[in-house]
Design a protein around this ligand. Structure first.
Ligand code: UD1
Length: 445
């Protein structure tokens, strides 16, 4: 993949109907939760994004079988799962690999893991995870980049979280589901993907109650059974597609969109002037873009606040809106790296720490840019559709980590986007342009 990049040409009026994939952020913890069971489970609506493949590899590494039996149905057999040691090379590929720690502790009372990798969107420590497991009776020692966790028997506990961390809530729920007694997570994350995991755990036989305000109560059971479950549709992919129509003056219908879990995002698009109809029971959206979008301001936050994962794509839309938008990122401390790239495309953005001020411009122009994380890659593609000329984006692996063939869906709506595989010299020249040197590989040599 090293010589591949995404090329986007100006494409106005993206329109049509599109299907969605299952949510990557729900799929990852749900695959991890299968460690709690003993037998064959089937998950449908599983996206084939690279992070999902990585989680499958991780389960295989533990001794499970994990195979797609059709395009989006994954079958996992955990009956042969026989080890609690994770290959550090897999662990480092993705931060979400930390999500196997809870299930491994519940199954074996042990977990040997390396510190996880992932997007460069902040320090992304795992202290909440470790503190929670410690309060459930786990001894954790750290040596170099390795964590050795041991619990002769996990004990139920009340865990009060400083911040409603999504991953910690998921990890603790999975451990607690097979831990005798009642575990309470106070100030828990209640993102739609967390609720999807709760639905799977309940289908396995777990006893989980959500109490006001933001407390999850888990009464452990001795055994959890394999499941058949359809993963929720991806609200972040839906958001990306809605923004693709919005930024190009188009019209899109997404019959599966979980609009009930996208309220603030939809409100902000409506405040911009876009016409949005939501289907019955909050499922399905139809967006017809305004020709004169107005700037809106927003601050990211935990659900039901504005999702941090749609902050970068939404910023791309603000670059061309009429007026001034202020966007504040409160979830991750380093999730503004796309600003620099959008500025290369002619956006008028000033930023201070995690607060950016975007003054709408009439036109963006294509440029050589670099995706720095999954959602930044989406923002740059969207900006590329609206920009005059050609945008070439490196950092393709981020796009592939987060999305399953989103480029094909965008093509079906009229988007001129392709993945280009080029020769070394061309790629080096592109990297030179991305880095601002404008020096081609041959000149550099
Ligand atoms: C998940 C999502 C990610 C999304 C994020 C917030 C997955 C695979 N990823 O990430 O796409 O952007 O939720 O909705 O589902 N923190 C700590 N210590 C910890 C854990 C987290 O300080 O032990 C901090 C993080 O650095 C971050 C904040 O808490 O600043 C939120 O992180 P968290 O909610 O845990 O996000 P993830 O589960 O990593």
């Amino acid at each position: 993949m090293s010589n591949k990049y995404i090329q986007v040409e100006q494409s106005l009026n993206l329109r049509g109907q599109a299907s969605l994939n299952g949510a990557k952020n729900a799929t990852l913890p749900i695959i991890a939760s299968l460690i709690l069971t003993d037998g064959v489970s089937q998950l449908s609506n599983v996206p084939r994004s690279h992070d999902v493949m990585c989680m499958m590899e991780l389960l295989r590494n533990l001794g499970a079988r994990a195979d797609f039996i059709d395009e989006h149905t994954l079958e996992v057999d955990t009956s042969m799962l026989d080890t609690f040691c994770i290959d550090p090379a897999i662990m480092k590929k993705m931060r979400a690999s930390i999500l196997v720690m809870g299930p491994l502790l519940a199954r074996f009372g042990k977990a040997d893991v390396a510190l996880p990798g992932g997007c460069s969107i902040g320090a992304r420590p795992i202290n909440y995870h470790l503190e929670a497991f410690a309060s459930m009776g786990t001894q954790i020692t750290m040596q170099d980049d390795f964590l050795y966790a041991r619990a002769s028997s996990l004990k139920a506990s009340t865990i009060i979280m400083d911040y409603p961390s999504v991953g910690t809530t998921e990890n603790v729920m999975m451990a607690a589901a097979r831990t005798r007694g009642i575990t309470r997570i106070v100030n828990a994350a209640l993102e739609p993907e967390v609720l999807d995991l709760i639905a799977v755990l309940r289908a396995m036989g777990a006893n989980i109650t959500i109490r006001p305000a933001a407390t999850i109560e888990i009464e452990g059971v001795d055994e959890l059974k394999p499941v058949e479950y359809a993963i929720m549709y991806d609200r972040l992919e839906a958001g990306a597609l809605m923004l693709a129509a919005a930024i190009t003056g188009g019209d899109i219908y997404l019959p599966q969109a979980p609009a009930h879990a996208m309220e603030i995002f939809i409100l902000k698009l409506q405040q911009m002037g876009h016409a949005i109809e939501v289907g019955a029971h909050g499922v399905g959206v139809h967006l017809k873009a305004t020709t004169s979008p107005q700037a809106v301001s927003l601050k990211t936050g935990q659900y039901p606040g504005f999702p941090t994962d749609l902050q970068a794509p939404m910023m791309a839309a603000q670059c061309l809106a009429d007026g001034v938008s202020v966007i504040e990122e409160t979830v991750f401390e380093n999730r503004m790296l796309h600003v620099h790239e959008l500025v290369k495309m002619g956006a008028n953005i000033t930023s201070e720490h995690n607060r950016t001020i975007i003054k709408g411009v009439d036109q963006l122009r294509g440029a050589a840019v670099m995706a720095t994380d999954i959602r930044a890659s989406c923002a740059l593609v969207l900006a590329g559709f609206a920009a005059q000329g050609t945008t070439r984006m490196t950092g393709l692996h981020h796009w592939m980590r987060g999305y399953d063939s989103l480029e094909l869906t965008l093509q079906s709506l009229g988007g001129r986007i392709s993945i280009v595989d080029c020769q070394d010299a061309e790629y080096q020249a592109l990297l030179g342009q991305v880095n601002g040197s404008g020096v081609t590989a041959s000149q550099a040599c």
